[in-house]
Design a protein around this ligand. Structure first.
Ligand code: BGC
Length: 373
């Protein structure tokens, strides 16, 4: 997947719509050509929302926001989570049932973006529009749009935060000892986050500024199956036991907050002074914002779930009216079969220094920041 710098401004991209139209032979549901003015669908239609297991707070928040937002917009929302125990099969069943029950649009936060081909063919045959939410759906032409925060940029911000934190808190000059973690291999985002971070970090590994003491720099070695905190914690335990001893670990690239806190727990248990260690994160989870304000976790990323859900509902409303759907990126997200027209939002890096400003519109997080003084 190539990164191309694009203007942030939204364009109602006729080109993208033409692209979506010609790479899919699906029947109805969406307007792929403003001029022909396809009719959309009834304003009180059912909209399916298929979310994965709750591996981060953002997934929990999204469910409630979709329930409320779809109801306010006059739709019948059908919001489903797949249980942690059997997520892929359950999500497949849920999507099939949404098609059978007449959903006009199905929004999917995929558990495994490569395993929905059969269900999405069924959806396409029924004229259902599919929006991939937060995570890309791969290897199928039957995904119409993608809406997410710019994942590559998330990775770049994490890589830069690691470098900034090392300089600010390690207490010494380079070289710095670091370890690298990535997310679950079944989530398309994991590689994008990692590639974004490595764009910043690889040159620093090559020139000796950073030393990955374990030598584990390949994404397969850094992966955290299922985005499970316990997997990150046990990998960190092993890395420290096998490679560090009395050595300092100066920093850890963590792809999200849930894993960051597990890595911090492991590092503290190994007797390291966490105030000198830079651990990155993502999601602005409550416990991580507290940790940042307490001087433990170094950074997180603000990906405001309200904005992502709002944008998704806007796309659904455009589909309902038979209007062109706003996208602002038609180049980055190649799912293996097609480039999926995307609407990407801008992620924001957050450290203790800019937390008050970053969370100015989020009363809960702002309270935590203010309470920490
Ligand atoms: C999301 C992250 C989240 C992770 C684990 C990713 O696909 O983009 O925000 O931390 O899944 O739930």
């Amino acid at each position: 997947m190539k990164k191309i710098t694009l203007a942030a401004t939204a364009i109602a991209a006729v080109a993208a719509l033409a692209l979506a139209g010609c790479s899919s032979d699906r029947g109805g549901g969406e307007s792929t050509d403003g001029a022909s003015g396809s009719a959309g669908f009834a304003a009180d239609s059912t909209i399916g929302i298929a979310l994965p297991d709750k591996t981060s707070e953002n997934w929990v928040l999204a469910g409630g926001l979709f329930e409320d937002g779809l109801a306010d917009a006059g739709f019948k929302g059908d919001v489903q989570y797949a249980p942690a125990s059997n997520t892929v099969a359950e999500q497949q069943n849920q999507i099939s049932a949404m098609v059978t029950n007449g959903a006009k649009v199905i929004v999917i936060g995929a558990k495994d973006g490569k395993q929905l081909g059969t269900q999405l063919q069924q959806a396409a045959d029924a004229g259902v529009t599919i929006i991939a939410y937060d995570r890309l759906i791969e290897n199928t032409e039957n995904v119409d749009y993608y809406v997410a925060f710019d994942n590559f940029k998330v990775g770049e911000l994490q890589g830069q935060a690691l470098l900034d934190g090392l300089a600010a808190r390690s207490g010494h000059e380079a070289p710095w000892n670091v370890e690298l973690f990535s997310g679950s291999p079944d989530d398309a985002n994991s590689a994008v986050f990692f590639d974004g971070a490595m764009k910043v970090l690889q040159p620093k590994i090559d020139d000796g500024t950073l030393v990955v003491v374990s030598g584990q720099t390949d994404i397969a070695q850094t992966a955290t199956q299922g985005w499970e905190a316990e997997n990150a914690q046990s990998r960190m335990d092993s890395l420290l036991a096998a490679n560090y001893g009395d050595k300092n670990v100066d920093g850890v690239l963590s792809p999200n907050d849930n894993l960051a806190r597990a890595i911090i727990t492991s590092t503290k248990q190994a007797g390291k002074d966490i105030s000198k260690v830079t651990v990155t994160g993502q999601d602005s989870e409550v416990e991580s914002v507290k940790s940042i304000m307490a001087g433990e976790q170094y950074s997180t990323i603000n990906k405001d779930t309200n904005l992502l859900v709002e944008q998704t509902i806007k796309m659904i409303q455009q589909l309902q009216k038979g209007e062109e759907v706003d996208v602002n990126d038609t180049e980055q997200y190649d799912n293996g079969v097609k480039i999926v027209p995307s609407y990407l939002l801008d992620p924001v890096i957050v450290t203790k220094e800019n937390a008050a400003e970053a969370y100015a519109n989020n009363p809960n997080l702002l309270d935590i920041v203010n309470a920490a003084g």
